[in-house]
Design a protein around this ligand. Structure first.
Ligand SMILES: [Zn+2]
Ligand SMILES: [Zn+2]
Length: 359
């Protein structure tokens, strides 16, 4: 195969310092896969990273991103070359469509050794660790030898296959809630992951699914994704409404996917005693809440949710079957060099759900 020597890529140097550069096409070694990127999503975390938030770190930890690095962790590619052993290991051939889990586990740490690879201590996530896990906002991309790769059926259009990652995150978050048949489930924040969670919660047997957001068009879409009810939290008393329809007890489960601090205390208030609170969003900074609610008042289960471990095969299946409506989620497709526009549209969120970049 005649590959070019260089390619275009979006390189991250620091907050608001992303550059459109000509860089070498990655070289692959044993067990590695080289792909031509077909489509790659813009995530809310990409926006936060662009603005300089300490994504996937915390105030007590150093910033997560190691620069310079190529951005992007939601993607699908086409195999253009396979390192020694890779065809057997992954069941892949040149020309296949392939996605890779966003984290490349080290395989050595206590978490990896216990099968908890998504909490890998080294935490090499595509687009955040230079050299070790270069991202997908580029024409070509290398999946390292420890990557977890999946063949993607051609029946899923590439721009929808870029949703496999956020959908896997949505599935994991819903699983973390351990829904019981008939539960009242509230999902706050109806971005791409929130909308996916509505469809997944429906499948898990929730009794009443309620979507909360402040954008009318998102609330409108929520009904098509499985919400039984929606409330605009900027108008009216969402907590009062949830109390009313649950006979004064509160919802069984609350999933916080807004990235906005007030949604956390809102959840603590509208959830019932012994309920389950799932936290999946990335907050820009520390948030203060009445923590006594968690123990003394309600004895809540607080379950964090990070990435989409063991969920990629189901995500691929749900998109292939149309169980999750990928076509409705992809609202914008832009050429890769318009990445700044993609970040701006995602940030604004006006009439946009998922922005997909096409290299
Ligand atoms: Zn993402
Ligand atoms: Zn590890």
């Amino acid at each position: 195969m005649n590959l070019p020597k260089t390619m275009k890529a979006v390189r991250v140097y620091g907050p608001k310092d992303y550059r459109w550069e000509e860089v070498p096409v990655p070289r692959i070694g044993p067990g590695e896969v080289l792909t031509r990127v077909l489509a790659t999503g813009v995530c809310a975390s990409d926006v936060k990273a662009f603005q300089g938030a300490r994504v996937w770190g915390s105030v007590d930890m150093p910033p997560y991103i190691e620069v310079p690095v190529t951005a992007g962790h939601e993607f699908v590619g086409e195999v253009v070359a396979l390192g020694e052993g890779a065809p057997e290991r992954y069941g892949l051939a040149v020309g296949d469509r392939v996605a890779s889990e966003q984290i490349v586990p080290c395989g050595e740490c206590r978490f990896c050794k216990r099968g908890q690879y998504w909490m890998c201590q080294q935490h090499d996530i595509y687009g955040f660790k230079k050299d070790r896990a270069e991202g997908s906002w580029a024409q070509y991309m290398r999946y390292p030898s420890r990557a977890i790769n999946y063949k993607v059926p051609r029946t899923i259009p590439p721009e929808q296959a870029a949703l496999i990652e956020p959908l896997a995150c949505a599935i994991h978050a819903v699983e973390r809630g351990n829904i019981q048949l008939g539960d009242i489930v509230v999902i706050a924040g109806l971005g791409p992951i929130g909308l996916c969670m509505l469809s997944v919660a429906k499948r898990k047997g929730a009794g009443v699914i309620i979507g909360l957001d402040m954008k009318p068009y998102r609330l409108e879409l929520a009904r098509q994704f499985g919400a039984d009810l929606t409330f605009d939290v900027s108008k009216g008393d969402a907590i009062g409404e949830i109390m009313k329809l649950s006979g004064g007890y509160g919802c069984d489960m609350y999933i916080e996917a807004t990235g906005a601090g007030p949604a956390i205390s809102q959840g603590l208030q509208m959830i019932r005693r012994l309920g389950t609170f799932v936290e999946i969003s990335v907050q820009a900074g520390p948030v203060a809440v009445d923590w006594s609610i968690v123990g003394d008042v309600k004895e809540l289960n607080i379950n964090g949710s990070h990435l989409g471990p063991y969920c990629y095969p189901i995500a691929i299946q749900y998109l292939a079957q149309g169980y999750v409506n990928g076509a409705k989620l992809v609202t914008h497709q832009l050429p890769l060099h318009d990445y700044l526009k993609g970040i701006a549209i995602t940030h604004q969120g006006e009439k946009s759900i998922k922005v997909v970049l096409l290299p």
